[in-house]
Design a protein around this ligand. Structure first.
Ligand code: GLY
Length: 218
């Protein structure tokens, strides 16, 4: 009995709250500086109204903030410190989104990243098997392929109304300020009640170059 927008926001919020999910929300892997920066967007298929946030820090529910951008402002996309201040003004609580697991993964990557910086590689007695396995899978493609990342949810109700939402912490260890496809309308998500809904996970830069969600729906 609730709207499809309620449904998709609640759906991705579950994933944003999961500390074991390394690519979305709380517990997402940080950027190269060790700071978690989140991207998210929502879109309504009846009106094409939409809201988005990018490079948002300290707020665990970026999709709910994106919804408020759509519902409370004349704008579509807020980024960085402006998005953070908008969230705080709306009662969201600032918190450290970097879990212990994500911090260990990041530090392992940081130490193994280069031979020409001040860091030494972890020694065998410092081995962190979880972090090492993850690192090898992502950067050396050893073992099972990474299964993607990011969450998208599209919903349709009995009357044919559609909404969608996409949320991500973006590429692991990205450049500070990097924004992927997830909060960009037509790339990370797109919906039109007359046609359908589409969203994406995976390598955002490829999608930004092709606006694939828009292409699929249109
Ligand atoms: N598709 C998520 C990202 O590239 O950030």
């Amino acid at each position: 009995g609730r709207s499809t927008l309620d449904a998709v926001v609640e759906g991705v919020t579950l994933v944003e709250d999961d500390p074991e999910e390394l690519t979305v929300g709380f517990g997402g892997l940080p950027n190269e500086d060790g700071v978690v920066q989140l991207d998210a967007a929502v879109m309504d298929g009846a009106t094409h109204r939409a809201g988005a946030v990018a490079a948002l820090e300290d707020i665990r529910h970026p999709t709910k903030v994106a919804r408020l951008v759509m519902e409370q402002t004349k704008r579509v996309l807020l980024v960085g410190e402006g998005a953070r201040r908008f969230a705080l003004a709306n009662g969201f609580v600032a918190e450290n989104l970097l879990t212990e697991k994500a911090r260990r993964m990041w530090l392992y990557w940081r130490r193994r990243r280069s031979q020409i910086d001040d860091w030494l590689d972890p020694s065998p007695d410092e081995a962190d098997l979880d972090a090492q396995a993850w690192y090898d899978r992502h950067f050396y493609h050893a073992g099972p392929a990474p299964s993607g990342g990011t969450v998208h949810c599209s919903a349709i109700d009995a009357a044919g109304n559609m909404s969608c939402a996409t949320s991500t912490s973006g590429h692991a260890f990205k450049l500070a300020g990097r924004v992927g496809d997830s909060p960009i309308l037509g790339a990370g998500l797109y919906v039109d009640n007359d046609i359908g809904s589409c969203g994406s996970i995976g390598h955002g830069e490829a999608n930004l170059q092709h606006l694939s969600s828009y292409a699929v729906v249109e």
